[in-house]
Ligand binder design. Structure first.
Ligand SMILES: Cc1ncc(COP(=O)(O)O)c(C=O)c1O
Length: 401
């Protein structure tokens, strides 16, 4: 039987694949250190856990309202006011199965076949495929140098076919935080040109050193072209709940996104919506604690990088990822990532998956001990003059490279 043309266009997710491969190697008993992960290790906030238990004990686990329960939508409105300084109503909110479904719903409703969708490089691995799935044309914009595009570079990529610009702030994989100036110019530009602006803000509270992620709403005269994506996955470490949302003052697109959701997933899980409500309405100090742990991990990682010659490190301002130029060691990031996994059992994600060759994404959400152990092995593997052997548990590794 022949599969559809569309199914052939979409490859496997490199990050989810890596997670599966790493888990399988760990199961075989290999002492793998996973520095490629995309979720905080912190335990779920108690308020979320208690809310889920309470919900389950009602023994009423049914379909929920298609676009999110009223209490959860109200909590998202309150969150939007806290985090963005923007007042919105429940009709401006759709709750989805993860931020990913919210993004996909947006693309389904904003993009026609052949429309161009612009996004900065390095990008989150899923953006190009998600755009392709709705028939759009992904237009990645590479910075002339480094890992941060300028507003001018984005604006130069706009053509009459540009339908939307999407960007992730702070950005996975580079930890870049696009500042007030960038966001202001982009918001004003998109408004003037009538281009959709989707801001994927899933990491927006995970920022360091007193920085605040700019709110796109602050600069809009009429924000009806803006769709802001958020969720509980990263900021509350609740990736397993699969609850995200989109907010827009444009009720028409929110309603259209709801119709898409009705015919795909019907609604979100009743149980995990309760958990998300618990997280959003419970004590918020879990976020400050997470940021402080991540900051500590990041400092440890930055100190480790100083031990490796000839790499290009930009200190991340947010998220829990670093994106480092290792091209002096190997210009082929898949080859380098495979080498590190095969030789010293450290998992990293090749930069080419994010649109920039020669880089590796190394996460610092994995716990400090893991980071130090992973980096001890990477430093050894790349240092020509390192003393042999490397000891990993009871195993002694000798270089054959
Ligand atoms: C930039 C970005 N957007 C969206 C998502 C997906 O979030 P969720 O797990 O809520 O679907 C991720 C997850 O890795 C991400 O990195």
């Amino acid at each position: 039987m022949k599969l559809s043309n569309l199914s052939g266009l979409i490859g496997e997710s490199p990050t989810l694949n890596l997670n599966a491969k790493t888990a399988a190697l760990k199961k075989q008993g290999l002492p793998i250190v996973h520095l490629g992960g995309g979720e905080p290790e912190t335990p779920a906030p108690l308020s979320a856990v208690e809310a889920i238990i309470k919900k389950v004990q009602t023994r009423k686990i049914k379909y929920s309202p298609t676009t999110g329960g009223p209490e959860l939508k109200k909590a998202v409105c309150d969150y939007t006011l806290r985090a963005y300084g923007k007042e919105v109503a429940p009709a401006n909110v759709i709750v989805s199965t993860g931020a990913k479904q919210a993004i996909y719903n947006f693309l389904l409703c904003a993009v026609n076949p052949g429309d161009e969708v612009i996004f900065p490089v390095p990008y989150w691995v899923s953006y190009p495929d998600m755009i392709t799935l709705v028939g759009g044309k992904p237009v990645p914009v590479k910075p002339a140098k480094g890992i941060e595009v300028s507003f001018e570079e984005i604006a130069a990529a706009v053509t009459p076919k540009t339908k939307a610009i999407m960007f992730n702030n702070p950005g996975n994989p580079a930890g870049v935080v696009y500042g007030e100036d960038f966001v202001k110019k982009l918001v004003e530009f998109c408004e003037q040109k009538g281009i959709w602006l989707m801001t994927d803000d899933i990491y927006h509270q995970l920022v360091f050193g007193g920085i605040k992620t700019p709110s796109p709403f602050k600069y809009a005269k009429n924000a009806d072209n803006i769709v802001a994506i958020n969720g509980v996955s990263k900021v509350y470490g609740l990736t397993g709940l699969r609850i995200g949302w989109a907010v827009s003052t444009n009720k028409t697109i929110i309603a259209a996104m709801g119709r898409m959701q009705a015919q795909t997933t019907s609604c979100n899980s009743d149980v995990t919506e309760a958990g998300a409500l618990g997280a959003l309405t419970g004590p918020q100090d879990c976020i400050t604690e997470l940021v402080s742990t991540l900051q500590d991990n990041k400092n440890a990682l930055m100190a480790e990088y100083k031990k490796i010659k000839n790499i290009g490190v930009t200190e991340p301002k947010g998220t829990f990822y670093s994106f480092v130029d290792f091209s002096a060691y190997n210009k082929d990031s898949i080859a380098l990532s495979t080498f590190l996994l095969d030789k010293v059992m450290v998992a990293t994600v090749p930069g080419v998956s994010f649109g920039l060759e020669g880089y590796l994404r190394i996460s610092y959400c994995a716990g400090k001990e893991n980071i130090l152990e992973g980096m001890r092995r990477i430093v050894w593997a790349l240092d020509k003059d390192a003393k042999e052997p490397l000891k990993i548990g009871d195993t002694l590794i000798h270089k054959d490279w």
